[in-house]
Design a binder for this molecule. Structure first.
Ligand code: HEM
Length: 107
């Protein structure tokens, strides 16, 4: 869906202060997000996650589409005590678009 991916690239501007994607992406305030979609949470090398995120990762949290929708709708509700300081994306279509965009950086 090229239109969805293009829309997601625009939505990602809200994430880009803290997250990088693409070749050579580094961690910043947040972990780099290459290979996040479809993969276990809390696994980016060299990033210091919050304890609550690591606890959910240990319980088996995988960033599938459903989990990403929950996180992105309201990060602090989905992970109580997360250090991701982001109000969330209230529009379902914005969440779907940014997830589609992130999928292009995942295998
Ligand atoms: C974690 C996505 C906005 C800071 C994460 C994770 C995802 C994500 C998928 C989990 C990564 C993993 O398990 O490796 C997004 C998206 C955003 C966004 C798509 C925009 C729609 C932001 C913003 C900030 C931020 C604006 C900073 C103000 C963080 C931090 C973590 C995190 C610090 C680690 C959380 C923890 O350890 O509890 N983000 N994020 N994010 N994000 Fe974001």
């Amino acid at each position: 869906h090229p239109e969805l991916i293009a829309a997601g690239e625009k939505v990602f501007k809200k994430c880009a202060a803290c997250h990088k994607v693409g070749e050579g992406a580094k961690n910043g305030t947040g972990p780099m997000l290459n290979n996040v979609v479809g993969h276990p949470a809390g696994k980016v090398e060299g990033f210091k996650y919050s304890k609550p995120l690591l606890a959910m990762a240990e319980e088996g949290l995988v960033w599938d589409e459903a989990a990403l929708h929950h996180l992105l709708e309201n990060p602090k509700a989905f992970i109580k005590g997360t250090k991701m300081s982001f109000a969330g994306l209230k529009k379902e279509e914005d969440r779907a678009a940014v997830i589609a965009y992130l999928s292009t950086f995942a295998q």
